[in-house]
Design a protein around this ligand. Structure first.
Ligand code: HAS
Ligand code: CU
Length: 560
């Protein structure tokens, strides 16, 4: 890197201050949401360790309210804020094109307003509907409106990212889009298409329903619209982490990006194949014909390919770096990676967790295996080592250089930062073992098993060992949260100033991207976007058309 390298571009640093401020606002708001959500996490782990801590927290009416808060803040709010911050800032710096800071502040304001609305709804226990908010569970209108505003704000940022590239292309005719911008624009285009489902679900159905303007909503249609967005949203969370793995990690380990071409290919594949696969969350749902489920099942395996490419390219990049640092042997080079650099360690541990998270995903995507574990704790086991570790721990790793870069303050205790990465990793891996294992034993997800009726006590006695593992993981994760946020706030409030921009963004070297034919073909993102739309139409329209024309409206329920 560059991490820690002193640069002489102080004037450039000052010039970028407005962008740094708004990026910092997105990041810090997202991280504060994560702090609140993550502090509630151990409650869930304890529940699945058969210990009911909710009884000591009178401000939360039930496990389900806590779980809703936990899921919404961590999976939806934290990720969206963080992504919107980085996906506009990195391209702007790479292209040296100034975004509209006023527009970004407006987007930020809309997103915060949405967060406040949804937050009030959840905290007043009027939207205890979990982060998937399936009807007929019904929340108050503020919850749905708030979430809709968060999505709208993210699309406003997407618009700015796409506009940045368009402006750059106008001034650089015939040039291939630089890699970080390419990845960011592909991600935002994917998200723009993917978000359609949730926008229609919330705006057309759930808001009018919760406000009492329509009496019923068809749960099956709502679920289908939800998963239209609900699968690709996981790549909206993941791809900013991939930006860091592909573009920044090589510099951080002293190597180089192993293949520009494969990187672009992976992102184009994500753009095309991320969305038409939502039925893999609905294998057990009635109302969708088996043939369409099968098609989306096959397409799910297509969208695994770019992650397999990523495993190859990113590992190769790291190997190049380690060998430059004197690494030898088939595997011994791994020891030469910068294992004392918290930013690197957090991200490589995130990658390792994703090997298991991805493997679990492939299991889940397999129709017949899915039936065994669907709606069991296997699922939260899976997503805590995908979004909870692969993504979140990568974001932690990024903040270890990005916060000093944005704020001009020294990273508070790199040692503690290293500890926070390891404890998060160990805690999450143990949590995943406990939850996958319980799932295999048939323990249901989203169940207040630590508070069951006396007549049901002992139902899951066969899961005592994985329950104990889950409980221990909750304690370790609590420590990890304290450590990470000590580092974060320690940095933000530190009086130890460093020269602005003395921590540079570890962009990859641009040479070599003169644009062969394949690279140029991948650069036609508009064309790939149209292909993605076409594929989505094939995979979804027949089913959606049928559902729209055969709706069975159901009134809302409030259970807790
Ligand atoms: Fe998933 C359910 C299938 C990826 C998140 N998933 C969920 C849910 C969430 C989620 C939140 O098919 C629960 C939703 C709910 O509440 O109901 N998932 C997949 C598949 C993939 C996948 C096939 N999921 C993710 C990612 C997520 C995420 C990414 C968040 C960010 N998932 C499913 C299915 C369900 C599901 C079913 C529904 C289950 C049900 O029944 O309800 C694939 O994209 C995974 C591909 C990944 C790989 C891994 C590649 C490895 C890499 C690391 C390389 C690093 C190395 C380290 C080698 C093939 C890139 C080197 C180290 C050195 C030291 C050298
Ligand atoms: Cu999915």
């Amino acid at each position: 890197m560059a991490v820690g390298t002193i640069s002489t571009t102080t004037t450039a640093a000052v010039a970028w201050r407005p962008e740094k401020r708004v990026t910092g606002a997105f990041l810090i708001t997202g991280l504060i949401a994560l702090l609140v959500g993550a502090l509630l996490g151990p409650l869930q782990a304890f529940n699945y360790g058969d210990v009911n801590l909710y009884r000591y927290l009178p401000f939360l009416k039930s496990y389900y309210e806590g779980l809703t808060l936990h899921g919404v803040l961590n999976a939806l709010v934290f990720t969206t804020f963080f992504n919107c911050g980085v996906l506009v800032y990195f391209p702007a710096r790479e292209l040296d094109v100034r975004p509209s800071v006023a527009w970004l502040w407006l987007s930020y304001g809309v997103m915060v307003f949405g967060l406040v609305l949804a937050g009030i709804a959840i905290l007043s226990n009027s939207a205890t509907v979990m982060y998937t908010f399936y009807p007929p569970l019904q929340g108050s209108w503020g919850f749905y409106t708030g979430l809709a505003l968060v999505v709208v704000a993210s699309l406003m940022v997407a618009f700015e990212v796409i506009r940045l590239r368009a402006r750059w292309r106008r001034d650089h005719p015939g040039k291939v889009t630089p890699i970080v911008t390419f990845m960011s624009v592909a991600t935002m285009l994917m998200w723009a298409l993917a978000s359609l489902g949730i926008v229609v679900e919330v705006v057309v159905f759930l808001i009018p329903w919760s406000a009492g303007w329509i009496s019923g909503v068809d749960p099956q249609l709502a679920r289908t619209l939800f998963w239209f967005t609900g699968h690709p949203i996981v790549y909206f969370w993941l791809l900013p982490a991939y930006v860091s793995w592909y573009a920044f990690i090589p510099k951080q380990v002293g190597g180089e990006l192993a293949s520009d071409l494969l990187t672009r290919m992976a992102f184009v594949m994500f753009l095309v194949f991320s969305t038409p696969v939502g039925f893999h969350h609905q294998f057990t749902d009635p109302g969708i014909r088996g043939g369409w489920k099968l098609l989306q099942n096959i397409l799910t395996f297509f969208v695994v390919v770019p992650s397999l490419l990523t495993a190859f390219t990113v590992t190769a990049s790291m190997e190049l770096g380690a060998r430059k640092r004197g690494g030898r042997g088939v595997l011994r080079w791994i020891g030469k990676l910068p294992w004392s650099d918290a930013s690197f360690v957090a991200q490589v541990l995130a990658m390792i967790s994703f090997v298991f998270g991805g493997a679990g995903g492939i299991v889940l995507a397999s129709f017949n295996l899915n039936v065994l574990v669907h709606n069991t704790t296997f699922i939260p086991g899976h997503f805590h080592i995908t979004v909870g570790t692969a993504v979140t721990l990568t974001f932690f790793g990024m903040t270890f250089w990005l916060m000093p870069h944005l704020t001009g303050r020294k990273l508070f205790s790199p040692r503690l930062a290293l500890w926070s990465a390891w404890t998060w990793f160990v805690g999450m891996m143990l949590f995943a073992v406990g939850m996958h294992w319980q799932g295999l034993l048939g323990v249901p997800r989203r169940a207040w098993i630590s508070n069951m009726l006396p007549s049901l006590q002992g139902t899951y006695a066969n899961a005592a060992v994985p329950q104990a593992i889950t409980l221990v993981s909750g304690c370790i994760l609590f420590v990890a949260v304290v450590l990470y946020f000590t580092v974060l706030f320690g940095t933000l409030f530190s009086s130890r100033r460093i020269e602005e921009d003395s921590v540079a963004i570890p962009f990859p070297d641009a040479d070599g991207i003169q644009g062969g034919r394949a690279v140029r073909a991948f650069d036609r993102l508009g064309m790939w976007f149209i292909l993605a739309v076409a594929l989505v139409c094939v995979a979804y329209l027949p089913t959606l058309f049928y559902m729209f024309t055969h709706q069975v409206g159901v009134p809302g329920l409030r259970l807790w």
